[in-house]
Design a protein around this ligand. Structure first.
Ligand code: SF4
Length: 180
């Protein structure tokens, strides 16, 4: 089986991609690397929900260090960018780079991300970043658009079945403010 490290932004977004990847005969490991999430209480809530899901489906979960200071440093100067703009690009890059780094140093054949399941995120931007980072680390990035074929809708149904916590904003402090 091909081993894949799946960057996961939260439990609900993992549900449908995991099924899709297992259908394609990937041996999936989840990787939670999300220093963008604010505040810390929200980070813990999303992580706990993912832990429940990982236990339920019996898939290994790796938890990366939570380092919001590094995230704020990376997006410095782009705080006011609209959602989907430069700040989000940097945010995707940071998380995908950490995923690729871990995958490369732990013998995975592939890496990818659940981020493309969001109807608010441009899959081609995320896939371009993933491919570029894959080249940097000499590891395969699997480009996907998990929202396709009702992927997002399916993830909503599955997350209800698993009784997972679903947040109402993307993750960072700026997206939290924008929802108000
Ligand atoms: S809106 Fe979402 S993707 Fe964009 S910077 Fe904030 S957490 Fe990252």
């Amino acid at each position: 089986m091909k081993r894949i490290l799946l960057h996961v932004c939260c439990g609900p977004c993992a549900t449908h991609p995991v099924i899709e990847l297992q259908r394609e005969a990937f041996d999936v490991t989840l990787f939670f690397s999300n220093s963008n999430i604010h505040p810390e209480g929200e980070y813990i809530k999303r992580l706990n929900s993912l832990k429940e899901y990982a236990r339920e489906v019996k898939i290994p979960l790796i938890i990366d260090a939570y380092d919001p200071a590094q995230w704020f440093e990376a997006i410095k100067g782009y705080e006011t960018s609209p959602e989907g703009g430069a700040r989000c690009r940097i945010c995707f890059e940071l998380r995908l780079r950490k995923t690729a780094q871990y995958a490369k140093s732990h013998g995975f054949d592939w890496f990818t991300t659940t981020l493309t399941i969001s109807p608010h995120k441009n899959a081609s931007v995320i896939n371009q970043i993933g491919i570029q980072i894959g080249k940097e680390f000499s590891i395969n990035f699997l480009p996907r658009n998990f929202k396709k074929k009702d992927g997002f809708k399916k993830s909503v149904i599955l997350s209800k079945e698993y009784n997972l916590y679903r947040q109402d904003y993307c993750g960072c402090i700026f997206s939290a403010k924008a929802k108000k």
